[in-house]
Each structure stands twice: as C-alpha cells, then as structure tokens.
Design a protein around this ligand. Structure first.
Ligand code: B1M
Length: 220
C-alpha cells in the first residue's frame, strides 16, 4: 500500500499536477502516514527526477515549474501535520533563514524551516533572494543564535560566503553561528567559506542546529 502511494506521489510531481499531489497528501494525512516519509519517499523523489530530466534536456522549464507547483501544493497540506507532531517540544533557539541573493529556489529551504520549527526552533524566514545586509539586520533585530543560508545554484553559492563575511564584519559572529545547505553545497565549500556547518537535508539540518546549540541528538 505504502509503495503504491509513494509511487503515485512521485508521479504527481513528475506530471506537474497540483490537484493530484494535494489529493495524495490529504490521503497520507488521513491514513496517518508520517508526513516526512511522504515527502522524502514520495514527493521529493518526483522533484529530483524532474530536476534530473531538466538537467539533461529531457524536460523544459514550464514543465519543471509545474512540478515545483505540485510539490508546493503537497507540502502545503503536509506542513501543518509536521508542525503538529512537533508542537509539544521545548524552544531550542532562534534561527534566521533565507535563500541567498539571486536564488529563488525555496522548496528545500521551506522544508528545513518546517522541520526546525516543528522541532522547537523559532524560525524567522526571510524568503528568497535575500541580501547579506538583510540577513545581518534580521539576526541583530531578533538576537538570533543561528543564521541559515540556502543556495541551489552554483552561481548563488557565492552569496552564502557574502552573508558569512557580512556577519563577521558586523561583529555578530562568532556568537551567531552560520550554517549552509542546498543541492550543490559540500563540506569542502562549507570549510572554505568558514561556515559553522552544512547539511545535506532537513533532518541533518536539525541535528546540526541542535549540536550548535549544545543539545544532544533529537529523540525521534
Ligand atoms: Co532550478 N535548478 N532553476 N528551479 N531546480 C536546479 C537547482 C538544477 C540543479 C536543475 C538542473 O539543471 N538539473 C539547476 C542548477 C544548476 C547549478 O547551478 N548547478 C537549476 C537551474 C539551472 C535553474 C534556473 C537557472 C533555470 C532557468 O531559468 N534556466 C532557474 C534559476 C532561478 C533562480 O533561482 N534565479 C531555476 C528555476 C527553478 C524553478 C522556479 C522552476 C523551480 C524552483 C521552485 C521553487 O523552489 N519555488 C526549480 C526547481 C524545482 C529545481 C530542482 C528540480 C529541484 C529543487 C528542489 O526543490 N528540490 C533542482 C534540481 C535538483 O535539486 N535536483 C533545480 C527538492 C528539495 C526538497 O530539495 O532544494 O535540495 P533541496 O533541499 C534539500 C537539501 O538541499 C537541504 O535540505 C533540503 C530538504 O531536505 N537544504 C538545506 C536546502 N537548503 C538548506 C539549507 C540548510 C540546510 C540544508 O541550512 C541553512
């Protein structure tokens, strides 16, 4: 049963059908499926496939946009469920989050925000194409513990470095930690730009943030 629904979820994203994706997300909630599993094993597998097809010229931009819309529709249904599951937890710290300047990809960043929020962090999401000055100003305003910068394009990864440099210049670091992530980001890049950490996915981002706040691993 689960395999079938995961396969249907994946296909709804590849086909770029928000209505179908919404229907399947609602079904997942109704049958009590773990919302994160629905994302990871179902919908995200579809967007990854669509991205690979786009990368090798087998899919065009309008189709990729439709896939992204379907992905967002599914997450919109699953998000309250993820938050509900984490609502009883303690407050762990304040995180300012955004996508680097010039980059409008936000599906992964939103997922990171949802997981961190559901696990007890207070999230200040600045959205997409955020400048270093905006990151610094928000971190100062809310007295952030962590600033998280997402970047999906190799060209916008430089924006992650620009934010870290700006945090250094502002004097907020080293007290405020800087973490990065996104499909093309590697540990080598994180070390090169002096980030306090990087993670490959939303779950690892949670472990990373907990570690930086001096908390142990999350209990499931
Ligand atoms: Co774009 N795109 N895209 N795209 N897109 C990629 C990134 C690409 C790899 C596709 C490809 O060619 N195969 C390629 C980048 C190539 C490169 O630079 N290396 C690409 C390109 C080229 C482009 C455009 C330039 C295309 C064009 O216009 N010609 C354009 C750029 C626009 C811009 O930003 N200025 C563009 C546009 C778009 C859409 C608008 C169509 C849409 C985005 C919709 C949206 O986000 N609102 C889109 C999409 C959907 C993708 C792919 C297919 C999927 C991204 C995604 O949502 N993945 C992507 C291919 C791919 O990644 N395989 C691609 C699902 C998501 C759950 O995963 O985002 O990786 P991800 O997030 C993960 C982890 O990375 C990590 O945790 C998340 C959850 O587990 N993570 C963090 C992310 N941020 C983190 C931050 C952290 C920690 C972990 O701490 C702070």
């Amino acid at each position: 049963m689960s395999d079938q629904i995961f396969q249907a979820m994946r296909q709804s994203i590849i086909d770029g059908t928000p209505d179908k994706a919404t229907e399947l997300a609602r079904e997942a909630v109704a049958i009590g499926l773990d919302p994160l599993e629905a994302v990871n094993l179902g919908f995200a597998a579809g967007i990854k496939f669509a991205g690979d097809q786009f990368g090798c010229g087998e899919m065009f931009l309008p189709d990729l946009l439709a896939s992204a819309e379907a992905m967002k529709a599914a997450i919109k249904i699953l998000e309250p469920e993820m938050l509900k599951r984490g609502s009883e937890r303690e407050t762990l710290g304040k995180i300012v989050l955004g996508t680097a300047r010039g980059d409008i990809h936000d599906i992964g960043k939103n997922l990171v925000a949802t997981i961190l929020s559901a696990s007890g962090f207070q999230i200040f999401d600045l959205g997409t194409s955020v400048t270093p000055e905006q990151f610094v100003a928000k971190a100062r305003e809310v007295d952030a513990d962590i600033v998280g910068i997402s970047a999906l394009l190799t060209t916008t990864m430089a924006g992650q470095k620009a934010v870290i440099d700006a945090l250094d210049r502002s004097g907020l670091r080293p007290r405020v930690k800087a973490i990065i992530g996104g499909a093309a980001v590697t540990s080598k890049w994180a070390a090169e730009i002096g980030a306090d950490g990087f993670s490959r996915n939303a779950i690892d981002a949670l472990e990373l943030a907990r570690n930086l706040m001096g908390k142990g691993p999350a209990s499931a």
